[in-house]
Design a protein around this ligand. Structure first.
Ligand SMILES: C[S@@+](CC[C@H](N)C(=O)[O-])C[C@H]1O[C@@H](n2cnc3c(N)ncnc32)[C@H](O)[C@@H]1O
Length: 348
């Protein structure tokens, strides 16, 4: 170890009373030091920078019915909010395997859960895509999971951090990869796409009504930053009202994010593997935020029920209650479905 003391690092300065930029929100990034400041933000129905509020926790706990001794897999660990609700219910004797593709947030969440008292006998973190759930489960000596959760999409930490390139509000490199060391960033994807292929992506991934016009001005062009892309969307639609331009910009970002991370393909892979990963009577809950995802989950669960793989499935989409929708606007578009694996029939 070096004897040279670490130079004191000054906090990034900001002008004005309220920090606006992500990196200036130092109180929100250190919730244990500033609990009152963080509570104030939560009371305003906002999510503190660098955090993620878990959605529909009571509904998910009811669907998953975690019990002491159960083996659980959280396919989308994120900030660890759902895992933190599941873990005490698995103990004593149970374990949770937390999967996330994000190499930046995963170690932070692992450290937070360790600090909360969940040691490696109760919780292990696995940095990989949930399409690899079978390989993660293989570390458990042939055991199958009693509980599986997937809370799809991106976390608030990813969305709010301009450096990750998901943000429409703040400028950052046009990236959008959940794992920035794999695949191609949105900038490269856009450069490579033909107008025809981009139109397909905008339509399939986001139902974008102006897909044809936008694909002509965006495909094959170089947009180094998020705001450069957002500007071009607005310019293309300059004869339309501002709100319409904003909605289209959001849909373009959503469609590209889904394409960059191949979100539909990896969900299909997960849904295919689920029956083999679940123990008899095992429960799975999937929270989705996009009609294309919900359609896939619904179809897979219905097919599993028909084939006798699942014994029972949720009949309807379960949605966040009024109070949660008010307190956390990100819960408004959440759709929850669950399924329970059938018990094999005893031989006659
Ligand atoms: C909505 S957040 C989950 C939030 C979490 N439930 C919580 O309570 O904090 C989704 C997380 O899943 C991760 N993720 C999304 N798709 C993934 C995939 N295919 N494989 C692994 N992780 C994925 C993202 O990196 C992100 O951290």
């Amino acid at each position: 170890m070096s004897d040279i003391p670490e130079p004191h690092k000054r906090r990034p300065r900001y002008s004005g009373k309220n920090p606006r930029r992500f990196e200036h929100k130092y109180k929100e990034h250190a919730p244990s030091l500033y609990p009152e400041a963080v509570q104030k933000i939560l009371d305003q129905g906002k999510t503190p920078a660098g955090a993620h509020r878990p959605i529909m926790v009571p509904e998910i706990l009811e669907a998953l019915a975690p019990m002491p001794g159960d083996l659980a897999i959280d396919c989308t660990l994120g900030f660890g909010g759902h895992s933190q609700a599941l873990l005490p219910r698995l103990l004593p004797g149970g374990r949770l395997l937390g999967i996330d593709a994000d190499p930046i947030e995963l170690p932070r969440t692992e450290a937070r859960l360790r600090e909360a008292g969940f040691l490696s006998d109760a919780f292990t973190a696995h940095r990989c895509n949930f399409a690899g759930i079978t390989a993660v489960l293989a570390t458990e000596n042939g055991r199958r999971a009693n509980v599986v959760l997937a809370d799809l999409g991106v976390s608030s930490m990813q969305l709010d951090n301009p450096a990750r390139g998901f943000s429409l509000k703040y400028d950052g490199p046009l990236d959008m990869r959940m794992n920035p060391s794999k695949g191609q960033p949105a900038r490269e994807l856009l450069l490579r796409l033909t107008p025809g292929k981009l139109q397909e992506i905008l339509t399939e991934n986001a139902d974008e009504p102006h897909a044809a016009a936008l694909s002509t001005t965006l495909a094959g062009k170089d947009f180094p930053t998020t705001l450069a892309l957002a500007r071009e969307v607005r310019t293309t639609l300059k004869t339309r009202p501002n709100e319409e331009q904003e909605l289209s910009a959001r849909r373009v970002f959503q469609a590209l994010r889904i394409a960059v991370n191949q979100e539909f393909d990896v969900l299909d892979t997960l849904l295919k593997q689920l029956p083999d990963c679940l123990a008899e009577g095992g429960r799975v809950a999937i929270l989705s935020f996009h009609s294309g995802e919900d359609r896939r989950v619904k179809k897979a669960f219905e097919a599993g029920l028909h084939d006798g793989v699942y014994g029972v499935i949720s009949q309807e989409i379960i949605r966040a209650g009024e109070q949660e929708r008010r307190a956390n606007p990100r819960s408004k578009s959440a759709k929850l479905r669950w399924a329970r694996k059938a018990h094999s029939k005893a031989p006659a």
